[in-house]
Design a protein around this ligand. Sequence first.
Ligand SMILES: NC(=O)C1=CN([C@@H]2O[C@H](COP(=O)(O)OP(=O)(O)OC[C@H]3O[C@@H](n4cnc5c(N)ncnc54)[C@H](OP(=O)(O)O)[C@@H]3O)[C@@H](O)[C@H]2O)C=CC1
Ligand SMILES: O=C1O[C@H](COP(=O)(O)O)[C@@H](O)[C@H](O)[C@H]1O
Length: 551
Amino acid sequence: MSANIQDRIKEKVDYIYQRLRTQMSSIGSSTTSDKHVFFVFGASGDLAKKKIYPTLWSLYRDGLVPENIHFIGYARSQLTTEKIFENAHKYMKVKDDEHEAYEKFLKLNSYVPGSYDKAEDFEHLHSETNKITKQPTAHRYFYLALPPSVYDSVSEMISKHCRPESPGLLRLIVEKPFGKDLESSNKLSEHLNKSYSEEEIYRIDHYLGKEMVQNIIVLRFSNKIFSRVWNRDSIAAVNIIFKEDIGTQGRGGYFDEFGIIRDVIQNHLMQILSILAMEKPRSTTGEDIRDEKVKVLRCIAPIKLEDVVIGQYTGDKESTDPEHQEGYLDDKGVPKDSTTPTFAQVVLFVNNERWDGVPFILRAGKALNEKKAEIRIQFRDVPGGMFDDNIQENNPNGKLARDELVIRVQPNEAVYLKLNTKRPGEMDFSIEETELDLTYKERYQDVKLPDAYERLILDVFTGSKINFVRSDELQEAWRIVDPVLAEIDKKKIPVIPYKFGAVGLREAFAGAAKHGYIYTGTYVWKDERSGSITSPYKDKERTKSNAADKK
Ligand SMILES: NC(=O)C1=CN([C@@H]2O[C@H](COP(=O)(O)OP(=O)(O)OC[C@H]3O[C@@H](n4cnc5c(N)ncnc54)[C@H](OP(=O)(O)O)[C@@H]3O)[C@@H](O)[C@H]2O)C=CC1
Ligand SMILES: O=C1O[C@H](COP(=O)(O)O)[C@@H](O)[C@H](O)[C@H]1O
């Protein structure tokens, strides 16, 4: 991280820890000598190796963890700390001049093996923790990097046997999926509520830790230019898009139980939608923001069947890339007759005064032509035909292209506004599409954006809940997708095959067009112009579907 931004974050974090110490001292706790223990449950697993340990290391390296901290890994496997870090080595990204700090970090780690359901194992963990900290009131943070099947027993055991003595804090960090549907999610919430206060539970949706998702609130509410137009009078459609250029890569066993709607749309995309559509919160506190997110979700009716397109990828036998030759059904963990969607598009409507009639088109797919997440806010047509004679010849609509605000979440974070301009140098009113462009890597060259998990784990330490999902938000998000998921599970909706590497599904583009999202295909963003990524706009399939949409 650049010195500049790191200093700024550190200053802020020091201030927050200072506040925390003051609060703790007011309820009788010791202050600077407070100890902290961060537990990684499922320490032997994929998420722990790829994300959690690397994040803990980078926070430690940057001085962003509390002083007096210890990390304890826990899982059933008979492992050692050395083995865990050996497995995680390639993800830790330790630079040449960081070895000394890394050795110190390793010394702060321990591993305790144990089951996920036996009281004696958790009592053992508790006593080991007390031996390490020599402080029974040490604050304890439990990260459940575990399959959801063991959440119930693990959370219960932690609460019964591993709570710190008062006034030590406990924070339980839970990874998605939070259930499979409304009923199972409610059950999980009820179960957690028996042992924990809502204050103690941190439900992670890592999209809430992404720079551009966090930026939506600032863009919307700190710019007068947007506040006036952020409504149905000016906005024709909103498109929220998630694309991956990889398949399930051996995680098919997990994925097949869930499918793309549960995996990405119900959580990441719906969270983005709620921030895009909510009313202005009273303040930047977690509760005020989450209150507004819930309010807007309550205005959304369950998705209608006719507004759903689902697909499943097949291998592209002509591809030179061996990964592309494998279809979803070739993934070892996937039953050969699976109809689980790996692509889905759903259309939602927010039934309130601001958004009535504006389609929010949420599209997510694996094994497509590129990795990308972005939000496209398309504005309405300019009325009157003043420029009808001046529109560039290749505009297939024969109309002025609509303005579009694009928030590029990843990769290559950017905000750009597509608009029309006079074609430079022309003597008449020839018009062409261009952009006002804020591309981060150009504008903020010395800034390295922190990873989503870094921000979120930092939030856990500092007790900030803005970027975590509250149980009522979760409940509303499930309510919206639940009926359509039931129909998909009953195989009532046709699953359209698409080839690994496709731009998308023609049926989905047609569905978006039906709801008024106009794709002209005449604009190419500069990243695509420079050829650094493949332009979906040049893709034949997309152009075909566009032609079909217009018929
Ligand atoms: N991996 C990723 O990229 C992402 C994962 N997640 C979520 O994070 C959580 C952990 O994911 P991930 O690390 O991939 O999971 P893993 O399958 O790697 O499981 C983590 C650990 O849990 C234990 N475990 C595995 N299967 C079972 C089982 N059936 N019963 C009991 N224990 C089991 C194993 O440890 P041991 O046998 O040693 O006890 C394993 O090392 C999940 O909820 C997942 O959905 C979310 C986003 C991304
Ligand atoms: O939660 C999930 O997200 C990842 C994509 O995350 P990103 O930060 O790389 O965009 C996705 O691959 C996975 O299936 C899903 O569970």
